[in-house]
Design a protein around this ligand. Structure first.
Ligand SMILES: *Cc1c(COP(=O)(O)O)cnc(C)c1O
Length: 373
């Protein structure tokens, strides 16, 4: 197998999906599996579906089209507001989209009408993170006007926190969403089938057993299923596996070297100051053929006794106090979310899907499951 590569353990993704689905089910919360960090990878989506997610979500229409081409037939949501220029593609590939602009809703309705179909709509409400959403007191008017657009079906309302400003989902902001759902239903005389509370950062709020989740009955989960981590503080979530993705690179140099550079010191290749304090004696330096051209090296964690000393365009420098891995051997490091995203988009990193720990590559077998939404 070639390096650098990203290994994906499909069994661990399925396990993580099943664990969050089963934990949220008693609260009446359904899970949409978010595939955007995988660029709409159909095998990863299938593993999420096998774990019981009721729909899939992605932020880009290109990724949703890739899921469709890969044989995924269940419900898919577009979770970034559709581009006005893409409404035809949105109604063709996605069943539901999240919206905040009347002009886009009108465009979606026209596109759906021309195709003789309907398109589901979730209106996103701003709850303080200052990314997408209409202000809470404007949501009812938007839904009321959307009712007049014949080819659209109002599926519900939603919110997204913990992205632009890091605002944490809590009882206060989730109660605003829940109460808003009730008041819209009452005054417009309709039923909102989805009240989508947010993303993986909502798990802390949802799993805090002391309070009720109100009308919130839906979460869109990506990072927790893929990396087993809570985006609020990137801590591992109990019961989930944080090892579904591994970056593998090849050692091209392994030598004992003096702990500090010599000669007069200017800027490093990427302009960062050199940390001269962190130069312990007796450490071997290992160069892995992996660099900023391949992925985001800042989000890499090396397993002890290896540690990351730095990286440039094409070299990842690791240190160890033990015997270094030999030239030609493979080194395995863990990617954070941003590194995963960039590795997936990188032309120089191959993606290997593995069925389980035996390392058997996944036969290109699409385990496609119909959504039971
Ligand atoms: C990315 C995203 C999600 C998923 O977020 P995770 O932290 O990966 O669970 C959910 N909703 C929206 C609108 C998003 O953009």
């Amino acid at each position: 197998m070639s390096t650098p590569r990203l290994e994906v353990r499909l069994d661990l993704i399925e396990h993580n999906a099943r664990t969050v689905v089963e934990r949220l089910r008693p609260l009446g919360i359904a899970v949409s599996g978010v595939t955007k960090a995988s660029l709409g990878d159909p095998l990863i989506a299938s593993a999420m579906l096998a774990g019981g997610v009721s729909s899939l979500s992605d932020s880009r229409i290109e990724n949703i089209e890739r899921l469709r081409e890969g044989g995924i037939t269940g419900e898919i949501m577009l979770i970034r507001s559709p581009m006005l220029s893409q409404t035809d593609r949105v109604v063709d590939a996605a069943d539901v989209s999240m919206n905040t602009e009347m002009r886009v809703l009108e465009g979606l309705s026209r596109s759906a009408w021309r195709r003789g179909r309907t398109h589901g709509v979730i209106v996103m409400v701003e709850l303080g993170d200052l990314r997408e959403g209409v202000m809470p007191d404007e949501a009812e008017a938007m839904i009321s006007r959307t009712q007049d657009l014949r080819s659209l079906v109002i599926r519900g309302i939603g919110a997204n926190l913990a992205c632009q400003s890091g605002v944490i989902p809590d009882a206060a902001n989730m109660t605003v969403l829940s109460d808003l759902a009730c008041s819209i239903e009452r005054s417009l005389g309709l039923h909102l089938d989805i009240v989508s509370g947010g993303n993986s950062a909502n798990l802390g709020w949802a799993m805090d057993g002391r309070r009720l989740v109100g009308r919130v009955n839906h979460l869109r989960l990506g990072e927790s299923i893929l990396l087993g981590r809570d985006p609020v503080d990137r801590s591992p979530i109990a019961g989930l596996d944080a090892g579904a993705f591994t970056v593998v690179g090849e050692v091209i140099e392994a030598k004992a070297k003096p702990p500090s550079p010599w000669g007069s010191v200017g800027q490093t290749a990427f302009g960062e100051p050199l940390d001269l304090q962190d130069r312990a004696e007796g450490r071997s330096r290992i160069i892995v053929a992996l660099g900023r051209q391949d992925l985001d090296v800042d989000g890499i964690t090396a397993p002890p006794p290896l540690e990351v000393l730095g990286a440039s365009s094409d070299h990842l420098i690791l240190g160890t106090t033990l015997r270094p891995p030999p030239v030609g051997s493979e080194v395995r490091v863990a990617p954070a979310y941003g590194t995963l995203l960039r590795a997936m988009t990188s032309p120089s990193v191959s993606v290997e899907h593995l069925e389980d720990a035996s390392g058997a590559p996944s036969p290109l077998r699409h385990r496609v499951h119909q959504s039971d939404w």
